[in-house]
Write a protein that binds this ligand. Structure first.
Ligand SMILES: C[S@@+](CC[C@H](N)C(=O)[O-])C[C@H]1O[C@@H](n2cnc3c(N)ncnc32)[C@H](O)[C@@H]1O
Length: 201
């Protein structure tokens, strides 16, 4: 079972479990981002994605239930000369501000179904009209691979889950398949993922 304490243990010590460079899929969407956009990064861990978005002059709220991860995100932001609104919180229980964000970057956040549904509802509520949601998560085809992802099957995503959880959002991109990950020690090699860009009407 994944807990915030288990994540704290993984994040103790030096180095970055998923590297300190942004996720490649998020980076590939950067042409959609504009300075001043308000971005929420739930499950941002050690902050590689939130800090990178802040470096692109977005106003970033980084959120993770691991205090150790959030502290590392704040330190990384300081080192890079940017600021973050850093929240230590459970993504399933956070109070998502209505229309408070123009971008949600949901990268490798895998939650039990009920928590996932609550967090997805929150993210949809938190998107302003025209706001974007960018997502990359592991699919069940990842089971047995050593390139990352949760062991519990019900935490995994697929196309159908994206379509269901975000049924009210417009699909701009939605793909499922194999990619090669090169993200720190924990995400290395061929991996099975779902990737999406969605927009609130
Ligand atoms: C696989 S890591 C990915 C971290 C980051 N998104 C990245 O790609 O570098 C998953 C992250 O989700 C966080 N997480 C898991 N469940 C959470 C929850 N209920 N609320 C907030 N964060 C959670 C973990 O603490 C961990 O930092």
């Amino acid at each position: 079972m994944s807990t915030s304490l288990a994540w704290d243990e993984r994040y103790q010590g030096g180095g970055f479990q998923f590297g300190d460079a942004p996720n490649e899929y998020l980076r590939a969407q950067s042409w959609r981002f504009r300075p001043g956009m308000r971005a929420l990064v739930p499950g941002d861990g050690e902050g590689r994605n939130g800090v990178w978005l802040a470096q692109k002059n977005l106003k970033v709220t980084t959120l993770d239930w691991s205090p150790v991860g959030v502290a590392k995100a704040k330190t990384l932001a300081e080192e890079r000369g940017v600021t973050l609104d850093a929240q230590v919180a459970d993504a399933a229980a956070w109070t998502y501000p209505e229309a408070g964000f123009d971008l949600v970057a949901w990268i490798f956040l895998h939650l039990p179904p009920e928590d996932r549904a609550a967090a997805c509802r929150g993210c949809v509520r938190a998107l302003a009209p025209g706001g974007l949601l960018v997502l990359e998560c592991f699919t069940p085809a990842q089971e047995g691979r050593r390139s990352g992802g949760p062991k519990q099957r019900d935490l995994l995503w697929d196309r159908a889950i994206v379509e269901r959880e975000f049924a009210t959002l417009e699909v701009l991109e939605l793909t499922e398949g194999a990619v090669r990950l090169d993200e720190g020690p924990r995400h290395q090699g061929l991996a099975e993922v779902v990737r999406a860009v969605l927009r609130k009407g």
